[in-house]
Structures are given as structure tokens and as C-alpha cells.
Design a protein around this ligand. Structure first.
Ligand code: PLP
Length: 483
């Protein structure tokens, strides 16, 4: 199923994305509501042509009137435009600003932690030296030498010898993923991703023209046999992995699994894109295997050392810095730098000055982050145990969120209902590429403590309302059979 902007979505693909609908509302409104969610969260990009009403009615086994009413509802809210002769296209209503920071009372959609304690002092201290950044152009494609050295030294200290020439400084981890995708992938290459995974990564791979294959991850971790077999059989150009505090499950890959995955990838020339944006976010994991790149051994003629690492200060320090990096072999670094100007002209020097001091201070800063995440995880777990005891709530050893299992499918319906009540969520299926995972919800515990409790209460009230509707409709459906 192609999701490139402007593409056409078949009725079958649309229904697969939509999943099971909320049984409580009128059928047309339930369908409209679900399509609206898919458009707003990007699984149906603006510009996508939706199937005709007739085609959708046949595929869904619904009356044409239901589909006509659903499309009309979408047009009324500005999510669809229909033109005679060219069908109906998804659109985004309202102001662009509304798409970015959802102005909800409580935000459980984004895993955005506050600035780490100790950052204020560093900003105050470095601001006196900022003037030196005004001497040159103030931005560059590769990254400031001092910052690259600080990043490289940290890898070296953690037993992965690294030179500054192996580092490209980027504007955050997402930028790094996108640059890597556009540099190392060719159109129609296969990229193996985890399911669930971090959605903006698969969006970047798709935008680079890749086809996606998946391997499962749960809160208990990877099926390493499946992952290794898939690498050996599919021989993907790249595999995108988050071995430490995987987003969204919070799982970490055991060291023995890492070695097997690295070995398989090397054997078939698959580049491992290892995202370590969340790797420093331990709460109480009692082991640390160091950077994944330590498993890269020897050079493959196709993929060099075979591991490209993504790093970022966004989660461990603060997202407002917009500082991340790529660690790769010199050849890949040169290709990234050569390809970069098509998208941006470099990272600002002011942030990089700050970045160097921050990277050197990470050993003192990270314990603060760890304490905050530990406290927030407890508040969130306690609130869920009180209000939603029927949900299966894991206790991740690190990271920013919990991958919660609901007692029945309904993540998208819950997301829509909570949205209307001022609680922003991302439905479980957004973390997969095939519309599954309706039984799951990612709950970040990065909001202020008071919001965590208020948000879980709202979740519980909304879930109760949906569950009551679902029970009702099951009874209604059974009635004709007993009469
Ligand atoms: C796994 C992962 N990688 C990358 C990013 C992007 O991070 P940044 O804010 O540094 O662009 C995120 C943000 O949520 C993430 O969770």
C-alpha cells in the first residue's frame, strides 16, 4: 500500500487502516470519525485520493447511503474535498499551527520531557561565550569540531573508539534519520522495521521510496530468531532498530541478541540504522551493554562496518535544543554531507556551542533525568492501577512511555473520544504500518505529575463510556437471534 502524498488509497487499504469501528455511534459517524483520525495523525497523508463511495460501500458491505453520509461529514469538518471527475481527496482543516502542538488540556500524545535539571546553569554559563559564534557564517553541514569531538569522546569512553570524522551533527534525531534514509536508500529498497516502531522513522523511509518489512517487538522484547531469519531471507538494504528502551514498548535487546543481529546484517550487507535517541534513559535497568556499534565487527564491502547510529539530546536533555547526530563510517559521513544541502544548509553554531558543554556534562545531568522518569513512571503506574485495573500495564526499565494493553481492541475509538475531551493521544495502530495494534496504547509519562493523574482519570471515564456502548451493541446484535 503506497502512502505517498497524492496517491490513491483502495477501499480495501482504507478499511484495513480503519480497523474495527466504534459500535456506539451511527455507522456513518463512526466511519467518518475514524477516517478523520487517520488523516489528522498522518496515516492518510493530505492529498491522498480516497476510494469512491460506491467502491467503499461494496468493500465494507455497507449501504451507499452510509458512505455518502460519512464522506459528507468529512467534507463538513474540512477533512475531504470532492471534485466532480477527480474524486475525493484528504485535506487538513484549520490553521497549520493546530497540527503541531495540540492545544489540549493534557498531552499524552508526545513523549516530551522537560529540560533536565542542571541545564539552566549550563545555558547561563555558555551564553557569555556565545559571541564567538558570530565570527563565522554561524552554521555548517558537518558540525562544529569541538562538539563532534565531545560526541566522539563519549563513544570512545564507552568502548566504541570513534573519531570526530565519524560524526555529523544534525538538528535532532529525526533529522538524522531522514538524512540517513535519503542518503543510503534507493527507491524500492526494503527497510526492515520493528512493529510497533517510532512512526516518524517509517514515514521518513517511505518518503525516501523504501518498501517496509516488519519484525515484532513486545514489552518482553524481540523475537530475535524472527529478526535474524528475516534479515537473512529478505536481505533488506537497511534495518531500523531501537535496542535500548525501544519506543513505544520500552524493551531493551539483550546483548546476545545484539551480537546475533549484527552478525546476520553483516553477512548479507544490511546496514543497521540503530536509533539510540532513548538509550540514555535508564530508570532501573541493571545492565548496560554500551553503544550497539560495539557489535559491528570487520568491514563488509557493501555496508562498511554496517552500523549507522542515530543520537540525540532531545530526550536526555531537552528537545528544544534540536541537536542530534549520526555516527557512521567516513564514507557514509561524506555521502550524508554531500546530500544534505538539498534539505538544509547546516546546524546553527549557537546551539552547537551549548551542545559541546552539555555532552561533556552528560554524566552529571543524566542522574537527574533518571530520577524524574522514575518518579513519573510511579505516578502513572499508580494512577492506571487505580482507575484502569483491567489494563495490562508494563513497568518499563527506562524510556519515556508505557505500552499498555487494553482489555479489548479500541485504541482509535478511545483516541477520538479523548481528543474531544481535551486529552491528546496517539492510537496504537499509528505505531504499526498495517493498521493492527488496536489493543495497545502508548502512554508517555513525561507530562507534569498533576497532568498524569488527570489524564488517566479522563482515559478511564472515556474507556468506561466506550465499553458500555460496546456491550450494548453486542446485546442489540444478539436480539434478532433470540427472538
Ligand atoms: C526513537 C526516537 N528517535 C528519534 C526521535 C526524534 O527525536 P528529536 O527530537 O531529536 O528529533 C524520537 C522522538 O520522539 C524518538 O522517540
Amino acid at each position: 500500500m503506497s502512502m505517498v502524498t497524492g496517491s490513491r488509497l483502495s477501499a480495501r487499504a482504507l478499511l484495513a487502516l480503519a480497523g474495527e469501528l466504534d459500535a456506539g455511534s451511527a455507522a456513518y459517524e463512526a466511519l467518518a470519525e475514524r477516517i478523520r483520525l487517520l488523516i489528522v495523525d498522518g496515516r492518510i497523508p493530505a492529498g491522498t485520493r480516497l476510494p469512491s463511495e460506491r467502491e467503499l460501500a461494496v468493500e465494507a458491505g455497507r449501504s451507499r447511503t452510509t458512505i455518502v453520509a460519512a464522506y459528507q461529514s468529512l467534507r463538513d469538518t474540512g477533512h475531504l474535498v470532492s471534485q466532480r471527475g477527480s474524486g475525493s481527496r484528504a485535506t487538513l482543516p484549520g490553521r497549520a499551527g493546530a497540527l503541531d502542538a495540540p492545544r489540549r488540556e493534557v498531552d499524552f500524545a508526545r513523549a516530551v520531557p522537560p529540560p533536565v535539571d542542571g541545564l539552566q546553569e549550563i545555558v547561563a554559563e555558555v551564553s557569555g561565550r556565545m559571541l564567538q559564534a558570530l565570527d563565522g557564517p554561524g552554521f555548517d553541514l558537518l558540525g562544529n569540531e569541538a562538539l563532534r569531538r565531545a560526541i566522539a569522546d563519549r563513544y570512545t569512553q564507552r568502548s566504541v573508539p570513534t573519531s570526530p570524522d565519524q560524526i555529523v551533527v544534525t538538528m535532532g534525531g529525526q533529522h538524522a534519520i531522514s538524512l540517513v534514509a535519503h542518503t543510503i536508500l534507493s527507491r524500492s529498497d526494503t527497510v526492515l522495521i520493528e512493529s510497533p516502531t517510532y512512526p516518524h522513522a517509517y514515514e521518513a523511509f517511505r518518503r525516501a521510496g523504501a518498501r517496509l518489512a516488519t519484525t515484532p517487538v513486545t514489552v518482553d522484547g524481540w523475537d530475535v530468531d524472527h529478526l535474524v531469519e528475516t534479515i537473512l531471507r529478505v536481505r533488506p538494504a537497511a534495518a531500523y532498530l531501537m535496542p535500548d528502551f525501544h519506543n513505544p514498548t520500552g524493551a531493551s535487546m539483550a546483548p546476545a541478541g545484539r551480537a546475533r543481529v549484527a552478525e546476520a546484517a553483516r553477512a548479507v550487507g544490511t546496514v543497521l540504522i540503530v536509533d539510540e535517541t532513548t538509550a540514555d534513559l535508564t530508570i532501573d535497568r541493571d545492565w548496560d551493554d554500551g553503544p550497539f556499534a560495539r557489535h559491528a565487527r570487520g568491514a563488509s564491502p557493501v555496508s562498511g562496518s554496517g552500523v549507522v547510529t542515530i543520537g540525540s539530546l532531545s530526550k536526555s536533555v531537552w528537545g528544544g535544543l534540536r541537536l542530534g547526530w549520526i555516527r557512521a563510517d567516513g564514507a557514509i559521513v561524506r555521502r550524508v554531507v554531500q546530500a544534505r544541502p538539498a534539505g538544509d544548509l547546516g546546524t546553527p553554531q549557537l546551539e552547537q556551542l551549548l551542545g559541546e558543554r552539555i555532552v561533556r556534562a552528560l554524566p552529571e545531568l543524566l542522574p537527574h533525568r533518571r530520577r524524574l522518569l522514575g518518579e513519573h513512571r510511579t505516578v502513572m503506574s499508580d494512577a492506571l492501577a487505580r482507575h484502569l485495573p483491567q489494563w495490562r500495564v508494563p513497568r518499563p526499565a527506562g524510556g519515556l512511555s508505557m505500552w499498555v494493553q487494553l482489555d479489548r481492541p479500541g485504541s482509535s475509538a478511545l483516541t477520538s473520544l479523548c481528543e474531544a475531551r481535551g486529552l491528546a493521544l496517539v492510537a496504537g495502530p499509528k505505531f504499526s504500518v498495517d493498521g493492527s495494534l488496536e489493543r495497545f496504547l502508548r502512554l508517555p509519562f513525561t507530562s507534569p505529575v498533576a497532568d498524569l493523574d488527570a489524564g488517566v482519570q479522563l482515559l478511564a471515564e472515556s474507556w468506561e463510556q466506550l465499553s458500555a456502548r460496546a456491550t450494548h451493541s453486542t446485546v442489540d446484535e444478539r436480539l434478532p437471534q433470540v427472538v
